[in-house]
Ligand binder design. Structure first.
Ligand SMILES: *Cc1c(COP(=O)(O)O)cnc(C)c1O
Length: 355
């Protein structure tokens, strides 16, 4: 058995893979999910159910729409300011990692950007705190979990300014209060489903405030009116996402999976802090539950350790090139038994090294 700690596209439940593969052969009356029209009632009900499950699992209040769009989270970096930031207005951003930086890069096409704080000089090893969000900002944007650096934001910013959040790598991993957000977006391939679709949760009333002309495919309003079916959507990605959302519901929903995610993260960080061969790379209070980044105290042991775990069933543990070392991504579908396996290997390697 392989244990997939990859950062994304990531592990999904085995039963979702099985159901998805059955639907490739026979989704409806012998037709594959890959060949049906997106205008059939069967597929319309897939989109409808997927949207309903997102709303149910995250307890999304009235007045919000759920969209399934293409272009990944990266297109949202541009769609957000295009739809929400008027010419001459300023949007405030927290620079907590490379994804935040890429979001910031798109803003000047549409308006002004104010970076409230940055941890770049410390290689994004912590989440900046005590920043000020000017009250005249059109919105405030932050990244709830920094996938590459392994930091996660557990304190919600205090502000009256509309909040936009890139939640790509921790959406559905913990309970959140959606009513505090005006727009949430997430590339699906970390906790929602396979690559090819992004989920956007948007408070309807924040739209239509600015008068910029927006190309059809980039216009949230148009996608809301079309129910995510303005053009051919990524049919299979949405279908598998729906299966995964059903799985999450059957597990007891977000509150239940959050308990498991806390247990997984606690177990691994405890071992990193106990085992003298390893050390974490970021501020303890900002440690992510989804992406655990660590290095070895003796960097010469990193290659042999990686080889050792890979020979013993571990996949995707190599750290991102900008941090080095290791990154254990532990999304919802990763079972705690995989985390226990990794911990045992860390302990075995410690024994081997001591002898
Ligand atoms: C992976 C990731 C992205 C990029 O997502 P794409 O779907 O590849 O565009 C953006 N933000 C965060 C936080 C991510 O983890």
């Amino acid at each position: 058995m392989r244990h997939n700690f990859g950062a994304g596209p990531c592990i999904l439940p085995q039963e979702v893979f099985k159901q998805a593969s059955r639907a490739i052969l026979d989704f409806k009356d012998g037709l594959s999910i890959l060949e049906i029209s997106h205008r059939t009632p069967e597929f319309e009900s897939v989109v409808e159910e997927a949207g309903r499950l997102v709303k149910e699992l995250l307890n999304v209040p009235e007045g919000y729409s759920v969209l399934f769009l293409q272009g990944g989270a990266s297109l949202q970096f541009a769609m957000v300011p295009m739809n929400l930031l008027g010419d001459g207005e300023t949007a405030s951003y927290l620079d907590s990692g490379v994804w935040a930086k890429k979001a910031i890069k798109e803003v000047p096409f549409f308006g002004k950007v104010n970076v409230v704080a940055s941890s770049k000089d410390d290689n994004y090893s912590f989440i900046p705190k005590d920043f000020i969000i000017p009250e005249d900002s059109a919105y405030f944007h932050f990244t709830s979990n920094n996938t590459i650096y392994g930091t996660e934001m557990f304190e919600f910013p205090e502000t009256k300014v509309p909040i936009v959040c890139d939640m790509s790598s921790d959406i559905l991993s913990r309970v959140i209060d959606v009513s505090k957000y005006d727009l949430i977006y997430a590339g699906a391939q970390k906790n929602i489903g396979p690559a090819g679709v992004a989920v956007v949760i948007i408070k309807d009333e924040i739209l239509g405030r600015i008068d910029r002309k927006i190309p059809s495919m980039l216009d949230y309003k148009l996608h809301i009116e079309a129910g995510s079916l303005y053009n051919t959507p990524p049919v299979f990605s949405i279908y598998v996402a729906m299966l995964n959302l059903r799985w999450l519901k059957s597990k007891g929903g977000v509150a239940e999976i959050e308990k498991e995610n806390i247990a997984k993260a606690h177990a691994l960080y405890t071992e990193i802090d106990r085992n003298p061969l390893f050390k974490g790379t970021c501020a303890v209070e900002d440690r992510s539950r989804m992406n655990v980044c660590f290095v070895m105290t003796n960097s010469e042991l990193e290659k042999p350790f990686l080889k050792y775990v890979e020979e013993n069933g571990i996949e995707g543990l190599k750290g991102h090139r900008s941090v080095g070392g290791f990154r254990a991504s532990m999304y919802n579908a990763l079972p705690i038994t995989s985390v226990h396996t990794l911990i045992e290997l860390m302990q075995e390697f410690e024994e081997k090294t001591n002898n």
